[in-house]
Design a protein around this ligand. Structure first.
Ligand SMILES: [Cu+2]
Length: 111
């Protein structure tokens, strides 16, 4: 039992000494839904890098970020900001739309 504690404590010390996780320096972009439109409607991102896309819904109705090309679908309630993790993407254009308001469309362009 005592030996187990020593091993556990050694493990905890190693955790404390470990460098900051990669999440602290993640690539992040933001997308806003406002007045029935995505802003920006074309979002340029770096190709080959996984990134976090924070979707903020400033409207009064729920929005659903959807993209079969990106294989993502996320409902964002009014007033909420939610993250979606995407990529790494090959260079190209990836369309997305609001499944609750399908005239609201945009694209992510990876370069
Ligand atoms: Cu949908």
């Amino acid at each position: 039992m005592r030996k187990m504690w020593i091993v556990l404590r050694a493990g905890m010390a190693a955790t404390l000494l470990a460098p900051l996780p990669a999440a602290a320096q993640e690539t992040s972009y933001s997308l806003t839904v406002q007045n029935g439109r995505y802003e920006p409607s074309t979002l340029a991102v770096k190709a080959g890098v996984k990134f976090k896309l924070v979707i903020s819904n400033k409207g009064t109705m729920p929005a659903e970020f959807e993209s079969p090309e990106l294989n993502r679908e996320k409902v964002v309630p009014p007033g909420a900001s939610l993250p979606v993790y995407i990529g790494p993407l090959a260079p190209g254009a990836y369309p997305f739309f609001d499944d609750f308001d399908q005239k609201n469309r945009g694209q992510i362009v990876a370069k």
